[in-house]
Design a protein around this ligand. Structure first.
Ligand code: PHE
Length: 344
C-alpha cells in the first residue's frame, strides 16, 4: 500500500508539472483527490489493514495528500500570475505614439453673432425674450398696427398656415407679447432673437427663412435720442469705435417716427466706394419710436409711457462684419465655410 501511495504521488506531481492551464489543473485535482479519485480509493481500502499498519499508512496517505494539494496550489498560483502578466502586456499602451487628432466643432457663425449681440444688450440692462415661430395674425400684424388688408402687409410676404395662423415674418410680435405680459404696469427692456419666415425666392441676399433680433425699450420719458445713443453704442461695439451711424426717415406701421439706420462704410469711411455702392453708408437695421396705438393695444398708456423699438438681421450683420457675400452660406452647413469663422 505504501508503494501504491508513493506511485500516486509521483504520478500526480509529474502531471502537475506538465500542465499549463487552470482547467487541466482542476482535472488533475479531481483525478487524484476527488470523491472517486485514486488517492481516495486507496484510503477507502485502509479498513482491511491491521491495527499496527493503519496509523503508519494513514500518516503516509496524509503526507501524500498534502504534497499533491501543495503542488496543485502552487501551480495554480503560478498560472494565475502568468495569465495576469500576459494580460498586462497585451493591454499596455505606447504613450510615445502621437495621438489621433480630435476634430472639435464650434458654434455656428450665426450663433456667435447672436450671442455677441445678446451680451452687448444684456450689458445695457436688457433681458432676452423668446416668442413662437408659428404666430397668430393678431400678434404678427394687428397688434402692430397692421389691420387686415393694410397695404404695408405686402412689405412682408407671408407663409399662412390658416387665416389666423402664420409663420412670423418678423420678431416684432414679441414686442406686443412682452408688453401684454407686463400688463402696462412696468417698464420693458428686452431683446428677442429668433427665426423668421418670408415668401422670398432664395438668392445671394434673400432667404425664405432668416433670423432677426428685436429690441424694445418702453418706459416713462424714452426719447428718440435714447434710440440714437443705444444704436450708436451698438454699432461702435459691433463694428469698431471709428464707425459713425446715421438715421434716415423711413416707414413702419408700428413705429412713428420710423428710421432706417446706416453705418459709415469701413472701406471708404464715408467717401463712397464699391462696397457701399458709392454712398459711403451701409444700411443695417430699422427702428423707431413705438407707435402710440401699439402701446395702447398692449395696455400701455401712451400719454405716460413712450418707447423705441428696432429690428436687425444677424445674417446681414455677420455678412458685413466678416465679408460674407452669400447668405446661403449660413444655411447650407458646408463645414469648409463654417470653420473659417470658428473662434479659437
Ligand atoms: N420688423 C421690422 C422688419 O422686419 C423691423 C423693425 C422692428 C422696425 C422694430 C421698427 C421697429 O422689417
Amino acid at each position: 500500500m505504501k508503494e501504491q501511495l508513493e506511485a500516486i504521488q509521483e504520478e500526480a506531481l509529474e502531471k502537475v508539472s506538465l500542465v499549463d492551464s487552470p482547467k487541466e489543473l482542476q482535472e488533475i485535482r479531481v483525478t487524484y483527490l476527488g470523491k472517486k479519485g485514486s488517492l481516495t480509493k486507496v484510503l477507502k481500502g485502509m479498513g482491511k489493514l491491521s491495527k499496527e499498519e493503519r496509523p503508519v499508512i494513514g500518516q503516509i496517505a496524509n503526507q501524500v495528500r498534502d504534497t499533491i494539494t501543495g503542488a496543485l496550489d502552487e501551480k495554480a498560483e503560478k498560472l494565475e500570475r502568468a495569465a495576469l502578466e500576459q494580460k498586462l502586456e497585451e493591454e499596455s499602451i505606447d504613450v510615445t505614439l502621437p495621438g489621433r487628432p480630435v476634430r472639435v466643432g464650434g458654434p455656428h457663425l450665426l450663433t456667435d453673432i447672436v450671442e455677441e449681440i445678446e451680451d452687448l444688450f444684456i450689458g445695457m440692462g436688457y433681458e432676452v425674450k423668446e416668442g413662437p415661430e408659428v404666430e397668430t395674425d393678431y400678434f404678427n400684424f394687428e397688434a402692430l398696427n397692421l389691420p387686415k388688408n393694410h397695404p404695408a402687409r405686402d412689405m412682408q410676404d407671408t407663409f399662412y398656415i390658416t387665416n389666423e395662423l402664420l409663420l412670423r415674418t418678423h420678431t416684432s410680435p414679441v414686442q406686443a407679447r412682452t408688453m401684454q405680459e407686463y400688463k402696462g404696469e412696468k417698464p420693458v427692456k428686452m431683446i428677442c432673437p429668433g427665426k423668421v419666415y418670408r415668401r422670398d425666392t432664395d438668392d445671394a441676399t434673400h432667404s425664405h427663412q432668416f433670423t432677426q433680433i428685436e429690441g424694445l425699450y418702453v418706459d416713462k420719458n424714452v426719447r428718440m435720442s435714447d434710440l440714437k445713443g443705444t444704436l450708436d453704442k451698438f454699432a461702435k461695439k459691433m463694428f469698431g469705435e471709428e464707425r459713425e451711424i446715421r438715421l434716415r426717415p423711413s416707414f413702419f406701421p408700428f413705429t412713428e417716427p420710423s428710421v432706417e439706420m446706416d453705418i459709415s462704410c469701413k472701406v471708404c469711411h464715408g467717401e463712397g466706394c464699391s462696397v457701399c455702392k458709392g454712398t459711403g453708408w451701409i444700411e443695417i437695421l430699422g427702428g423707431g419710436m413705438v407707435h402710440p396705438k401699439v402701446l395702447e393695444m398692449a395696455g400701455y398708456d401712451p400719454t405716460v409711457y413712450s418707447g423705441f423699438a428696432f429690428g436687425m438681421g444677424p445674417e446681414r450683420i455677420a455678412m458685413l462684419k466678416y465679408g460674407v457675400n452669400d447668405i446661403r452660406g449660413f444655411y447650407t452647413n458646408d463645414v469648409r465655410f463654417l470653420k473659417q469663422y470658428h473662434k479659437a
